[in-house]
Design a protein around this ligand. Structure first.
Ligand SMILES: [Fe+2]
Length: 458
């Protein structure tokens, strides 16, 4: 471990309210806040996003392993958005936001790229495409929630970078721009905090697909007119998830994508989730289209947790209402795992449905503990029978997808060295959902398989 990272962790352990200082722009037309996301359902496309001060064209120079450079121009012009905070006298207008999708990528192949206008280009970044969709190719992905932009957020991100994952899920509450926190008060909603978050997350998100969903801090409707009334304005403009590719019609609010043996579903807790809603109908169609012979693992994520024994954010309407509406559908579809955030603590359940431990039901993992300015949530109700493990510490999760029947899940505290796992469990799948969850090394052959995955780290 590098000494600078040790210093960062030491500082992170001592403060969760401190914010990472924003950096200054270098050139007016220089790309900044570069991030990537899987650009289609199968992982053969990647969308590169960035921001410039000037209105310039959108171009990606993509270099394949043979050194061939493909110049890809954006289909759409860069856009801006204007947001009036309830607490600021002048409206904020964003920089020009560029999204360019590069296509026809080969699986498990490392590409390097620069983005810009062909004259002023970014630094060179690189990503490795995910394995082909199918039940056999192993891969690993990171999971975090409620990130923010404190020193703890940065430390969590460094842990995730060191993991070398094929993708990272961020299950809502990204920048916390909607309440630039000061001691003793919340506010104002400051859109410049999106820019500082974009710069903070670039070292991860420019090199590893960051797959996001909306949390309550993305709603950003923070007062009466003339404050902006359009919900999710910054989130929708700045992010570019594969929604259209998955048949969803509400921007980045909900969508699905696939990597290797996993079909991922990303949902919106802060929109309509009732049976008459577009989201509900889309989810029903998406679940119906899943081919479990190709993607035996089905993983759903949303921001507000359906099962959580922490006192904070307990039984909010977005939790109980969405669960009442959608849990029967996810049970019928035999969803294996459900990730959520919102509560700034870690909790893993046994297979649970209808508030009872239930064989074949999904395992829920609450992972809203990436390190935002609000701090961890330390208070719990008595532990329900469906709660397997819980701890109020900042950290992130790592899922190793071994094959069609075995996953390994690890939760890492940010205060520990990255190889230390505070909760490690194998999830074993039978014909009727997850049939076993047990500690690492339960069988030599399975454990050897995991070592093979570890050896694939960059
Ligand atoms: Fe939240």
């Amino acid at each position: 471990m590098q000494s600078s990272f040790i210093l960062l962790l030491a500082f992170a352990a001592s403060t969760y309210g401190a914010s990472v200082a924003a950096t200054k722009r270098v050139k007016k037309s220089a790309p900044e806040q570069v991030h990537i996301a899987q650009g289609d359902m199968e992982g053969t496309a990647m969308t590169v996003s960035w921001i410039t001060d000037k209105k310039v064209s959108s171009v990606v120079h993509l270099t394949d392993p043979s050194g061939n450079v493909n110049v890809v121009k954006g289909k759409d012009e860069a856009t801006t958005y204007t947001f009036q905070s309830a607490y600021e006298s002048k409206p904020y207008t964003s920089g020009y936001i560029h999204h360019v999708t590069v296509t026809d990528l080969k699986p498990e192949t490392k590409y390097s790229y620069q983005c810009g206008d062909s004259t002023t280009m970014s630094a060179t970044f690189a990503f490795t495409t995910p394995p082909q969709v199918g039940p056999t190719a192993p891969f690993r992905f990171g999971v975090m929630g409620d990130m923010g932009q404190t020193n703890n957020s940065a430390a969590t991100m460094q842990h995730i970078i060191s993991g070398g994952y094929s993708a990272t899920l961020l299950v809502g509450d990204l920048s916390y721009a909607d309440s630039a926190w000061k001691p003793g008060m919340f506010g104002p909603c400051s859109q410049t905090r999106w820019d500082s978050w974009g710069k903070l997350v670039e070292p991860l998100a420019a090199n590893c697909p960051l797959m996001v969903l909306p949390g309550n801090h993305e709603v950003e409707q923070d007062g009466a007119p003339p404050a902006t009334q359009t919900e999710f304005m910054a989130y929708q403009a700045r992010m570019a998830m594969p929604a259209e590719a998955s048949g969803a019609k509400e921007g980045n609010l909900y969508y699905s994508f696939e990597i290797g043996a996993v079909h991922f579903i990303m949902l919106n807790s802060y929109g309509d989730y009732n049976a008459t809603s577009a989201q509900y109908k889309w989810l029903a169609a998406d679940l119906k289209a899943v081919d479990r012979s190709k993607t035996p693992w089905l993983v759903a994520s949303m921001h507000a947790p359906w099962y959580n024994s922490n006192v904070k954010h307990h039984d909010e309407i977005q939790e109980t209402g969405m669960r009442d509406s959608m849990e029967p559908m996810l049970l019928d579809a035999k969803v294996d795992l459900i990730f959520a955030g919102h509560v700034h603590a870690y909790e893993r359940t046994f297979a649970v449905a209808n508030n009872k431990t239930t064989a074949g039901a999904p395992i829920h993992i609450n992972i809203g503990d990436a390190g935002n300015r609000e701090g961890p949530c330390p208070d719990y109700y008595p532990q329900p029978e469906w709660s397997a493990f819980r701890e109020s510490k900042f950290g992130h999760g790592e899922m190793a997808v071994h094959n069609a029947t075995h996953l390994q899940w690890n939760w890492h505290r940010v205060v520990d060295d990255e190889p230390v796992s505070a909760d490690s469990v194998w999830l074993v799948k039978g014909s009727d959902g997850i049939v076993a969850a047990h500690g690492a090394g339960a069988s030599a052959s399975v454990y050897d398989g995991y070592q093979h995955l570890l050896n694939k780290k960059k």
